[in-house]
Every structure is written in C-alpha cells, then in structure tokens.
Design a protein around this ligand. Structure first.
Ligand code: SAH
Length: 358
C-alpha cells in the first residue's frame, strides 16, 4: 500500500484538508488483509479511536470514518488522496460496533499455581474480558467459574501447539480469547506455544490479533515462598521432561548447573512414563552437592492438597515425587532455620559467603 510509514500523518493531513478535526473521527476502518499492518494500528492509536476490520477492501488502506453534526453529502473530495487514506463522512454519529468487526484479541493468561489469591488482578480482568477460554481442563477449572455468555474450549490432551493454533484461529475471527496456563504462561507453558504457532503461520488475520501475555506466579516461586527463601541467590530453572528435548541435553545441563553451584528449581520432575530419570538426575546432582543440602519438595502448592517439605538431599527419595511436584535443590550455601511453630525454613543467603552481612 502507498506511503505506509506515514499513514497517521497522511490521515491527519487529509482531515485537515477536509476541514475536519481529528476528534470528529468515530472509527478507523481497515481491510482484514491489512490487520497485521503496524501503521493501521498506529493510526487508530494516534486518533485514539477503535479500529474495525471489514472483509471487503475499501480500496484504501485505512478509512477514517467521520461523523459531523451537520449532514454532508458524500465524502469530501481530497485532492491529496493517494489511495492510502479515505474519509467517509456520516450524517449522524456512528456506533463503531456496527461497522465490520473488532480486532480479535488473544491473552495468554497465567493462573498462578492454583490459589485464587495468587491470580493477578490483570489475569482476572483478562479472563472476564474473554468471549472464549481455551485450555487444558484442569486449568480451565482452576480459572473459573465463568459466565454463561463465555464459551469454554476444554481439552484433555497435552498438545499445546494445537491449543495455541485453536486460540489464534478464534481470535483471528474477531473473538476475544484467553488461553490459560498454570503458573506463569512464559515458563514451560502456552506463551511459547502461541509464539511458535504464530511464527509458523503467514495468515495476516493471525498476525493482526492483539496478542498479550499476562504473567503469573510460577510453581518454583510459590514453593519457595512456602519454604522461606531458597531462591535468595542465583538459581537455575530446568524441566526434567524429555518430551521436547533429548535426555542427554538434560543430563548435561543438570551437571553444568550443579557444578556452577546454582540453586536448582526442577519442573516436571517425574512422570509414570519415565520413573527412573529422576533417580539419574539426583545421582548427577549428588556428585556436586553434599547430603545435608536442603531440598524443598512442593506438591500441589496453592491447591487443596498442598504439601511442602524440606529434606536433606541425602534422605530424598523419589517416591511420591510426580508431575504435580516442583523440587528446589539448594546450593552449597543454602541452609535451614528452625521455625517457631515447628518445622524448618530453607533459605539461600544473598551474599555468597553466607555470613548475612552482604
Ligand atoms: N507454567 C508453569 C509450569 C508448567 S510445567 C509454572 O510456571 O508453574 C508443569 C510443572 O510445573 C509440573 O510438572 C510441576 O513440576 C510444576 N507445577 C505446576 N504447578 C504446580 C503446583 N501447584 N505445585 C507444584 N508444582 C507445580
């Protein structure tokens, strides 16, 4: 389209030539095929008016629809019109929601570990704004209850890329969609799946979706808070799942992180399909850490069956550690402290020598 970069300036110039104030603009209309064009969004932002998309081309890249109090016959003739901007003048004020359709929205929403108090207000608002909620059934249940006018697209499969594509396709049709993830959506979760799905698709309608990522409290943060402050110094987050990477890579990273004396937060520690890998992972860690190293075992943190235990690495058994568990293995400086109400705190001092006087 002509003069892309300067579209907002061209629109303002066209309005000025027509003797119309920018504030008289009711809405910006663009063809759906231009939904991903940044300058269209820049124009709507600059005029601070809603953008509406129409299927058929208007002939111009953007049409600024203007409502003026006195009826004007037809659009003003703009001698400077280069085809990029057209003004349509209406005889009466326009309700933008009656023209074309809204730009679709997709929010990738982090639900936190499960406790309602750990769901960010922004995440709650994104869920309330959604026409459609897409997600794994357990997480959709956590995110509810939903209103009758909201449609749930619940799946019991773990195919994140399919879910990401489903969410993008719905939003590309103009829907407001929330795709939900437990914890933080950017940590081993849906945000990366949505980015991958978008990256692998050329459809401008997909790229025109207003996409946002709403963060959540991740499992390691939640377990750390319950246990004290084990992530108080440098730490490393690893997934032990070999679904998406070879086990050899996991072993290598574990060895490097353990030898680097990072605190280790281990996600996806064990599943029924791979019961022995956690044992091997602990073997690697034990080559670099003493038996007294505190380990936090957080299971269902923030949920009804929550359990958080702190055990020495030497006594850690793989029994009962499953996909609902996150492990935090201390560094050489991580220590424990008795709690007044019984039990232990675990913490990693901020200063490396651990004398508390950093
Ligand atoms: N996006 C999520 C992580 C998804 S990977 C987050 O940021 O928390 C799934 C893994 O996260 C699980 O196997 C488990 O290791 C961990 N996890 C998620 N929720 C948890 C919870 N409530 N309690 C303990 N571990 C949890």
């Amino acid at each position: 389209m002509a003069g892309d970069a300067a579209l907002p300036e061209r629109a303002l110039a066209a309005l000025a030539r027509a003797g119309l104030a920018p504030r008289a603009v009711a809405l910006v209309v663009a063809a759906e095929r231009d939904a991903a064009a940044p300058e269209i969004h820049a124009l709507a932002r600059q005029l601070d008016r809603p953008l509406r998309l129409v299927a058929a081309s208007t002939g111009a890249a953007a049409l600024a629809a203007v409502a003026v109090p006195t009826p004007v016959a037809g659009a003003p003739k703009d001698p400077g019109d280069d085809g990029a901007v057209a003004l349509a003048v209406a005889a009466a004020p326009i309700d933008p929601t009656t023209v074309g359709r809204a730009r679709g929205r997709l929010a990738v929403v982090g639900l936190g570990p499960g406790a309602p108090g750990w769901l960010a207000p922004e995440a709650r608002a994104a869920l309330a704004d959604a026409d459609d909620i897409v997600g794994y059934q357990t997480y959709v249940a956590l995110a509810g209850p939903f209103r009758g006018d909201q449609t749930l697209h619940v799946s019991d499969n773990r195919e994140e890329l399919l879910r990401a594509r489903q969410a993008l396709a719905l939003a590309a049709r103009g829907r407001s969609v929330a795709v939900v993830s437990s914890g933080d959506p950017g940590i081993f979760a849906m945000a990366a799946a949505v980015m991958e799905a978008l990256d692998g698709n050329e459809d401008p309608a997909w790229h025109g979706v207003a996409l946002s990522v709403v963060p959540g409290i991740s499992a390691a943060q939640a377990a750390a808070a319950r246990a004290g402050a084990p992530l108080g110094h440098d730490f490393c987050v690893l997934s032990l799942s070999d679904n998406l990477k070879p086990w050899a890579v996991i072993e290598r990273r574990l060895a490097l992180a353990a030898s680097g004396d990072f605190v280790l937060a281990l996600y996806n520690p064990a599943s029924q399909a791979r019961p022995h890998q956690l044992g091997r992972a602990l073997e690697i860690i034990r080559e670099h850490r003493g038996p007294q190293t505190p380990v936090v075992i957080g299971r269902d943190v923030g949920r009804a069956d929550e359990s958080v235990r702190i055990v020495p690495l030497g006594e850690l058994s793989i029994d009962g550690i499953d996909m609902r568990t996150v492990l935090i293995v201390g560094a050489s400086t991580t220590r424990t402290l008795a709690r007044a109400d019984g039990g232990l705190w675990a913490y990693t001092p901020r200063s490396y020598d651990g004398d508390g006087r950093a």
